[in-house]
Design a protein around this ligand. Sequence first.
Ligand code: ZN
Length: 272
Amino acid sequence: MQGLLTMLTKFIQAGHVQADVLEGKTARLVRAMEALIPKATILTQARSIREASAASQGAVSNEPIDVDKLDEHALPVRDSASNSAKGKAPARTRRIYLECPGLRILFGPGQNPYTTYAWAMHVHHETPWDPMMIRDEMFVRSWNCNDIVPDNHEACIPCEALVRNNVLRNMLKRMKEGIHENSPHHYQPIAGLLGIIHIKSARINVLRLLKLNDNRALLHRQRQIEDSKRFVLAVASGKVTRISALVRTAVKRGSSVRAMVVSMEKAAVDLY
Ligand SMILES: [Zn+2]
């Protein structure tokens, strides 16, 4: 099958045959192959391939996955991810597809389709296309896609017409220029949501610090009130004689109410 695909690709690249003619011939070839092999045999082979694949991956466990135990550093890292982090533009090569892959979406340097496209928008809005990822490249495939890619085109006519769709154009514009933080979250791509989480985390930290400062200020005021109450009680006790002289001296020294109370308590026991 791989050899057949290589031969068909070379045929298209060399321009020996038109894509739509080749598609018709290929469809007839597939039908002829299906006629030669009984359907039951194909199903049996497919089942055995699935079973062998499942066996190679080990027994399927119904145990829930604890994501906290996953070792992120043990996972393979994509080259494209490290390039994006460095702000490099992803390498773009023109691939030839036997079937229309849809309109290719180009992303700027440092942008990644997985984090830049607003996937959640499709939950709320019906758009005449399906977003698709093929080998780390993003395509939008029209619901009217006819699968046939004309010569010298990258996609079929309905898919290429999506470039004039106002909803898609606005979406691409938002991807390029960014989306306001207050926009509904389903318009945000994952990168936007990560940015919002970062901003909100920073605000939470600032609010925590402010709360800590307020608590300290309230504690200080509470102590001052308690000292004032002790001062009043000390004056009302009548145990301190010449209280006006003691307060006058304390005020001249710039003493706090607490210091005055301590002085009055000492004077009450004749220590001052
Ligand atoms: Zn198409």
